[in-house]
Design a binder for this molecule. Structure first.
Ligand code: SF4
Length: 295
């Protein structure tokens, strides 16, 4: 299989993620502003956010000064060199940083020195998945740091919250996480929640939920019902955008589950801010020709 040269296309993927908020997010923000009291702090915050999103899209400038951790999820057929793809993604991120689509965000954890181009040890984040399809699909999420600081993990049972090892226990700890995050993390937020796994796999799965569209429906009816319930109840807490009070605390809740050891029951919550920046591209092959499309 020919190894595609995708650096330019990947730079464009980064530009789109950094400067254009996905349609489902924009529509959710539009709807939310309409639900808030006219003239309230909540309505004002949403109006400012929406104006900011509009200007960023029109000017191709970053939606937020915190351009976040680039997280790539790559789905590829047999025969694609993941080493070559990883090198191209690092190069694309460095170019996108030079073009100011991304702020230099990669800092050496021991020295505090910024590499200046968003590359470093395990930075950007990349996860490769071989699949049955003949094309490559790449998802990119730019994960802000402020909201990452309020991401959290619980282990059930949790006596203090009266949360047992069942979906109602999951609901209780997720609502506690929303309550604890109030005023932080740049709400209104979107939650990626994972049930099960070990501590590491649970956090990873929670973050992968953030790639889902706000409008999708969980194929598992129990999880679909849980997503709806948490969303409704979180928005009844009155926390509101940026913690100013109001009806819009969350814009979406996405829950996934995975197997776990009988001894453990982890619930991980990936908190995403209103700048829920994601973009995707597909790479199709036809002989030597390569066609790239964006979603
Ligand atoms: S948490 Fe989100 S909105 Fe807040 S500064 Fe970071 S990226 Fe921007």
């Amino acid at each position: 299989m020919p190894q595609p040269q995708l650096v330019d296309s990947l730079v464009e993927l980064v530009r789109r993620a950094a400067t254009i908020l996905p349609d489902d997010m924009q529509q959710a923000l539009d709807r939310s502003q309409g639900q808030e009291e006219p003239g309230s702090a909540a309505a004002g915050a949403l109006e400012t956010i929406r104006l900011n999103v509009k200007m960023a899209g029109e000017r191709s400038t970053p939606i937020c000064q915190d351009t976040g951790t680039p997280i790539f999820e790559i789905f590829h057929p047999l025969g694609v060199s993941t080493r070559a793809l990883a090198a191209q993604m690092r190069e694309a991120v460095a170019i996108a940083t030079r073009r100011a689509y991304l702020r230099p965000n990669a800092v050496d954890s021991l020295t505090g020195k910024n590499t200046g181009d968003n590359t470093g040890e395990d930075f950007p984040t990349m996860h490769f998945h071989e699949w049955e399809e003949a094309h490559i699909h790449i998802d990119l999420l730019l994960k802000g740091g402020g909201c990452e600081n309020v991401s959290t993990q619980y282990k059930l049972p949790d006596g203090g919250l009266g949360a047992g090892r069942d979906l109602d226990g999951v609901r209780k700890v997720v609502l506690d996480a929303v309550y604890q995050a109030q005023g932080k993390g740049c709400g209104p937020g979107v939650l990626g929640v994972a049930i099960g796994g070990d501590r590491g796999s649970s956090y990873l799965k929670s973050k992968q939920q953030l790639f889902r569209s706000l409008d999708d429906t969980n194929p598992d009816p129990q999880l679909a019902a849980l997503e709806e319930k948490i969303l409704t109840q979180a928005n009844e807490l009155g926390i509101g955008p940026m913690g100013f009070g109001g009806k819009t605390t969350l814009l979406g809740v996405k829950v996934g589950a995975q197997h776990r050891l009988p001894a453990s029951y982890f619930v991980s919550i990936a908190y995403m801010c209103w700048a829920n920046r994601r973009a995707a591209m597909d790479v199709h092959f036809s002989g030597d020709a390569v066609e790239v499309t964006y979603a």
